[in-house]
Design a protein around this ligand. Structure first.
Ligand code: PHE
Length: 366
C-alpha cells in the first residue's frame, strides 16, 4: 500500500507537470487504461479475502478517483491556456468591408423568357412546359409528320436507342411544338399558352448550336383566324422590342402542322453595324429579316390531339429565343451563349433585381 501511495503521488506530480494534452493522455493510459497500473490493482481485488478487500478497495478506488480528477483538471487547464493564447494572438477585423457583390448574373436567355412570359401573361396566355426527352409521336406523328415524312429528316434529330413502353421511339425534342399536343391532349380546349424551353438538333456553327431555345405559342378557340395571329405577333413584338414601328410581313410558307403556314419577316435597318428592328423592310435603307414560323393549326393536328376540328381551330407560332435575345441585346455569336464565360455573363447578363414588368418596361438595360 505504501507502494501505491508513492506511485500515486508520482503520477499526480507528473500530471501537474504535463505541458500538453498528449502527455496528459499518455499518463492517463499508463494509470487508468485497460492495462494501466491502477486498473491492474483493481483486478487483484477479486482474489482477496473479504477482510483484505474491505480494507484495500477504498484505498485503490480513492487513488483512481484522485488521478482521474487530476487528469480532468489538467486537461481543462491546458485547454484554457490554449484558448487564452489564441484570444491574445488571433484577431478578427470587424471593420472589413462587406464581400464583393456576387459575380453571377441572370442569363439573357432566362431574362428574355421572363420578358416573354410577362408580355403574354398580359394577353391572357399561360406558360406550359413539356419534356425535353420526347417520343416521336408527340414530336412528329401528332404534328402531322408520319414516319416517312421528309420534314422529319430536316430536323437532324438526336434519337435514343430506346423505345418507351408504347413502342414509341425516344428522342430529344427538335422543337417546342410537341407541347401543343400535350396541352390539347391533357387540357382540351380552349387553349391560350406559350411554351418556352430547350430544343435540340444535330447542327453546329456560328448561328446554330446543338441545343437552343424556342418559345411556342398556341391559341385554340372558336372562330380564330389569321387576323388574330397577326395582331398577336405584332402586339408581342412591339412590346418585346419596345418600339411602335415594328412592321411585319407575312409570307406563305410550309409546315406540316399548320395550314396555311406563314413565315413572318420583320423590317430592320443596320445602325452602327448592328441590326435594329423597326420600319418597313421596303423603306429606304431597310430590309426584311425572317423571324419566325407560324400558321393556322392544321385540322389533322387538332384531330390527333383528340379535339373536333369542326368545333375548334386556332393558330400557332414558334420563335427562337436566343435569336430574339441577340436581336434585342446585340450579341453576334450564338455559341458564346453557352460557353459559361463569366466575363460574357457580366457583360450581357442581368441583375436578379431587374425583373421584367410591363409597368417598369420589359427591356431593362443590359
Ligand atoms: N416548330 C417549328 C420549327 O421549329 C416552328 C413553328 C411552330 C412553325 C408553330 C409553325 C407553328 O421550325
Amino acid at each position: 500500500m505504501d507502494d501505491l501511495q508513492t506511485r500515486k503521488d508520482d503520477t499526480l506530480k507528473a500530471i501537474t507537470a504535463a505541458d500538453n494534452a498528449d502527455a496528459v493522455e499518455a499518463l492517463r493510459v499508463e494509470a487508468l487504461g485497460k492495462q494501466g497500473w491502477v486498473s491492474q490493482l483493481l483486478k487483484t481485488l477479486g482474489k482477496m479475502t473479504p477482510e483484505e478487500r474491505t480494507e484495500k478497495a477504498p484505498i485503490i478506488q480513492q487513488s483512481r478517483a484522485e488521478i482521474a480528477d487530476a487528469i480532468t483538471a489538467r486537461k481543462q487547464a491546458l485547454d484554457d491556456a490554449e484558448q487564452d493564447r489564441r484570444l491574445a494572438t488571433e484577431t478578427l477585423d470587424l471593420s472589413l468591408p462587406a464581400p464583393a457583390t456576387p459575380r453571377g448574373t441572370v442569363h439573357p436567355v432566362s431574362q428574355v423568357m421572363d420578358e416573354l412570359a410577362e408580355i403574354f401573361a398580359d394577353l391572357g396566355f399561360a406558360v406550359k412546359t413539356g419534356p425535353e426527352v420526347e417520343d416521336d409521336w408527340h414530336n412528329f406523328t401528332a404534328l402531322n409528320m408520319p414516319e416517312s415524312h421528309p420534314a422529319r429528316a430536316m430536323h437532324d434529330t438526336f434519337y435514343f436507342p430506346d423505345h418507351d413502353e408504347d413502342g414509341r421511339r425516344m428522342l430529344l425534342r427538335t422543337h417546342t411544338s410537341p407541347v401543343q399536343i400535350r396541352t390539347m391532349v391533357n387540357e382540351g380546349a380552349p387553349v391560350r399558352i406559350i411554351a418556352p424551353g430547350r430544343v435540340y438538333r444535330s447542327d453546329s456553327d456560328a448561328t446554330h448550336t446543338p441545343m437552343f431555345h424556342q418559345v411556342e405559342g398556341l391559341v385554340i378557340d372558336k372562330d380564330i383566324h389569321l387576323g388574330h395571329l397577326k395582331w398577336t405577333l405584332e402586339t408581342f413584338l412591339k412590346a418585346f422590342f419596345e418600339r411602335d414601328d415594328i412592321v411585319l410581313r407575312l409570307r406563305p410558307s410550309y409546315f406540316p402542322f399548320t395550314e396555311p403556314s406563314v413565315e413572318v419577316d420583320v423590317g430592320f435597318e443596320v445602325v452602327k453595324g448592328r441590326r435594329v428592328l423597326g420600319g418597313s423592310g421596303d423603306a429606304p435603307g431597310h430590309a426584311w429579316m425572317e423571324l419566325l414560323g407560324s400558321g393556322m393549326v392544321n385540322a389533322r393536328v387538332i384531330e390527333f390531339a383528340g379535339l373536333d376540328p369542326e368545333e375548334w381551330q386556332g393558330f400557332a407560332f414558334g420563335v427562337g429565343v436566343d435569336r430574339l435575345a441577340m436581336l434585342k441585346y446585340g450579341m453576334d455569336d450564338l455559341r458564346a451563349f453557352f460557353d459559361g464565360d463569366i466575363r460574357w455573363l457580366q457583360h450581357y447578363g442581368f441583375s436578379p433585381f431587374d425583373q421584367p414588368t410591363l409597368s417598369a418596361g420589359v427591356g431593362v438595360s443590359a
